[in-house]
Design a protein around this ligand. Structure first.
Ligand code: PEP
Length: 251
């Protein structure tokens, strides 16, 4: 059975004292996490180790990026092997902000997915279309190209370790969320593309998260869609009560 997952992407937010207080807030509410819902927090990388001491073992820590290389002269980068060594279980790969501001192409993202898998870090692979692409009716093409180019070289066993996050770019940080119908339609489409290339058994095992202005008020409806297996949450993951409400909605 595929996992229900709620992941928080803190992006480049929170001072260290604020980050500690937020983590303490989640730790204080750890008993409110429903059984069967996997919770992941992706803080700024520098905070990972400090927060691992504060967060309960039931909340996994992720990073928001990693290098496609294993080691070497890549100033400022962190390798997937380093993440594994520090007990980081997940890494967000190909977030639209990485694609937009740091020139990450599907080819680079594919290499990062590979780097994660060879180091036992599960990639949370992000895909999603721009508003102009949706308005032009190209959203299915965009997403299937992203998925195929970054993931379809993987074996079925490797694919089973990947978490997919569908994040329409026009919904990220905008307060405009995809409707339940739009989210379900794209998630079912992604699963169908997976089933066609692999098998329906493989496609059925993959968790596909929705991301894009998920909040405490809209989470229950979005996460109730049959092909939506949880959420990747930005802004609302920075507030204990809101994030806990979203986690509970994933049950
Ligand atoms: C994100 O950054 O992945 C995201 C979905 O952000 P927000 O929830 O703020 O739209």
């Amino acid at each position: 059975m595929r996992k229900k997952i709620v992941a928080g992407n803190w992006k480049m937010n929170k001072s260290w004292p604020e980050a500690k207080a937020l983590a303490e807030g989640f730790t204080g509410r750890k008993d409110d996490i429903p059984v069967g819902v996997h919770v992941i927090i992706a803080p700024p990388s520098l905070y990972v180790q400090g927060l691992q001491h504060i967060l309960p073992s039931s909340i996994a820590v992720a990073t928001q990026n990693c290098s496609q290389h294993d080691s070497g002269a890549y100033t400022g980068e962190i390798s997937a092997g380093m993440l594994h060594a520090m007990d980081v279980k997940y890494c967000i790969i190909g977030h639209s902000e990485r694609r937009q501001y740091y020139g990450e192409t599907n080819a680079i993202i594919r290499e990062k997915v590979d780097a994660c898998l060879r180091n036992n870090v599960a990639p949370i692979f992000c895909c999603g279309e721009l508003l102009s692409e949706r308005n032009a009716g190209e959203h299915f093409d965009t997403v299937s190209t992203q998925v195929k180019q970054a993931l379809f070289h993987l074996t079925a066993d490797q694919m089973a370790q990947v978490v997919i996050a569908y994040e329409p770019v026009w919904a990220i940080g905008t307060g405009v969320t995809a409707s339940n119908e739009q989210a379900e339609e794209m998630h079912a489409f992604i699963r169908g593309v997976m089933a066609e290339y692999y098998t329906s058994a493989v496609a059925d095992e993959i968790s596909i998260l929705y991301g894009g202005s998920v909040n405490a008020a809209n989470a229950a409806d979005l996460l109730a869609c049959p092909n939506v297996d949880g959420g990747l949450v930005g802004g609302a993951s920075l507030k204990v009560d809101d994030f806990m409400t979203i986690i509970q909605a994933a049950q």
